[in-house]
Ligand binder design. Structure first.
Ligand SMILES: Cc1cc2nc3c(=O)[nH]c(=O)nc-3n(C[C@H](O)[C@H](O)[C@H](O)COP(=O)(O)OP(=O)(O)OC[C@H]3O[C@@H](n4cnc5c(N)ncnc54)[C@H](O)[C@@H]3O)c2cc1C
Length: 493
């Protein structure tokens, strides 16, 4: 027998739970189907039986949305803490401040190198941006920062994260992720005294027990209002009549099925998976477009540390080609509650990977050996303080915006627009490189739209909670008086 509900949500990441939370607050019945046995999606926090907490790669909360800051403070209360941020990157045998600061670079690199960065930048400035081909990440960055700074600060890490040449990555990604950063700002920092540590040690908001607490609290809010969050339920069939989604069918690992007849559907599951689940199947050209969407995967190595700290960094980035992993973070430096006691710490090491490659297939011990040999070389870890390690696989961590991704994506979104009771939301749901805040807001916007009969369509994801959602979330303009425009609300990663 199938259950009838107002809103059926596919995926219990921040986008899906945001949609269900708003619907439940508005008194509508919401049912969420999630494939994993834990809510949070990419922004989940895992708790080990021996009392460690860790994210799947550190997730800090940052957002230009002032309403969302108020919402999270109301949702999490005292559990939302302010965390100092200190990050560095390792390149060519040296550690540099991250984000890059010219004063730091000038101290650590030969003068000729800094001079080259400045002259390359000035050359680009004179050439200007107008009328120049800007298809790729490489074009976009070199036109704005000059080739020397691009090679120093962007090229290696981008290649490592995406597993492809920056010349094959779309300029859209650079425009999205690097907007707001200019050489002017970096130069301004050059003249800032060393003691002005605010530029170096930033702050960010973080839940005391990991980013996944946001999902846990949203889940609790949905359930408290009579909604359902069904874990270990994989959606595999989405039936439709050509205009509306009529039934969603999921199954658990034992093959037991759930069938839901929804009034509205918000889908945050990977766009290509959603299309493959459609019954009847979409036209061949839509499926062909779906097969062009590519993702980058991640392998996580979680390491227990039998010492009080490794470093005082929030993150260390490793663009250096000789280092096999891309980044690590020490959860205890984000919140002391992430470890069982003060005598222990932990590390979360991120290997950017493709499913089936050498990192994906490596054993835990092999990944640990790769980590330790680098850490010893850089004098970050002795090795004696290493405890038990665990490997975790994170498929589809990043939607890849390669050159040419836009056409197939537009074709798909255009096709899906015919389903008048469907909104596709969130990161892989929209194949949009968004952060937690945008995912959450896209969920709110979708539900508020449904409740008012104005479905959120394929337009770009909003970066602020839309007006029609505020009332459902008990937010009003008066709340904004509490939120000052401090640095940490803005995106500066
Ligand atoms: C390493 C890393 C670091 C990041 N750091 C930050 C950061 O510092 N700050 C920040 O704001 N953002 C960060 N992000 C981005 C952030 O994780 C995402 O934007 C956000 O979590 C996406 O939420 P979502 O709900 O849109 O998607 P997801 O979290 O991907 O949720 C989709 C859900 O759908 C489920 N699902 C998939 N298929 C099915 C199916 N067939 N049936 C049922 N369920 C299914 C998935 O299991 C998942 O739970 C980072 C991402 C990564 C990978």
């Amino acid at each position: 027998m199938s259950r009838v509900c107002c809103l059926c949500v596919l995926g219990a990441g921040t986008a899906g739970l945001g949609a269900a939370y708003l619907a439940a607050k508005a008194g509508a019945s919401a049912q969420v189907l999630e494939r994993r046995n834990i809510p949070g999606g990419l922004a989940l926090t895992r708790r080990t039986p021996d009392g460690y907490y860790h994210d799947l790669g550190g997730h800090r909360y940052y957002s230009p949305s002032r309403y969302l800051a108020v919402f999270l403070k109301k949702l999490l209360g005292e559990e939302l803490i302010m965390t100092p941020r200190k990050s560095r990157f390792y390149l060519d045998g040296k550690f540099f401040d991250y984000p890059v600061r010219l004063s730091d670079v000038a101290r650590k690199l030969p003068v000729t190198h800094s001079f080259k960065m400045l002259t390359d930048y000035l050359i680009e400035k004179v050439r200007g941006i107008r009328d120049r081909k800007e298809e790729s990440f490489e074009d976009w960055v070199t036109h704005r920062f000059g080739r020397a700074l691009y090679e120093f600060n962007f090229e290696n890490y981008t290649r490592k994260v995406w597993g492809m040449e920056p010349s094959s990555l779309s300029s859209d990604w650079a425009a999205l992720r690097i907007k707001g950063l200019s050489l002017g700002k970096i130069v301004k920092e050059f003249f800032v005294r060393q003691s002005d540590i605010a530029t170096l040690v930033d702050r960010f908001l973080y839940p005391r027990h990991g980013i996944g607490q946001i999902a846990r609290y949203l889940e609790r809010g949905v359930k408290k209002r009579g909604g359902g969050v069904h874990l270990s339920q994989e959606v595999f069939k989405v039936q439709h009549d050509g205009k509306r989604i009529t039934r969603i069918i999921s199954r658990d690992p034992k093959g037991r099925r759930k069938s839901i007849r929804p009034e509205w559907v918000a889908s945050s599951i990977d766009l290509d998976l959603f299309l493959k689940a459609l019954d009847p199947a979409p036209p061949p050209e839509v499926l062909a477009a779906a097969s062009k969407l590519r993702y980058r995967d991640l392998v996580i190595l979680f390491i227990r540390i039998n010492a009080s700290n490794v470093t005082d960094d929030s993150w260390i980035y490793f663009p250096d080609e000789r280092v096999p992993f891309g980044r690590w973070h020490e959860p205890k430096n984000w919140s002391p509650a992430m470890v069982p006691d003060g005598r222990h710490s932990s590390l979360v090491v991120e290997f950017f990977a493709n499913e089936g490659d050498r990192f994906w297939n490596a054993s835990t011990d092999e990944l640990l050996d790769m980590t330790l040999s680098t850490a010893r070389r850089l004098e970050l870890l002795e090795g004696s303080e290493i405890g038990e390690a665990e490997k975790l696989l994170v498929p589809h961590a990043y939607p890849i915006w390669n050159v040419g991704y836009r056409r197939p994506l537009e074709l798909i979104l255009d096709y899906l627009d015919r389903f008048k009771n469907l909104s596709v939301i969130g990161r892989n749901g929209r194949f949009y490189y968004c952060t937690i805040d945008e995912s959450l807001i896209s969920g709110f916007a979708a539900s508020a739209g449904f409740l008012e009969g104005k479905r959120a369509g394929p337009e770009p994801l909003p970066i602020e909670i839309p007006d029609n959602a505020l009332g459902y979330l008990d937010l009003s303009p008066a709340d904004l008086e509490e939120v000052s425009q401090e640095r940490y609300w803005s995106r500066n990663d």
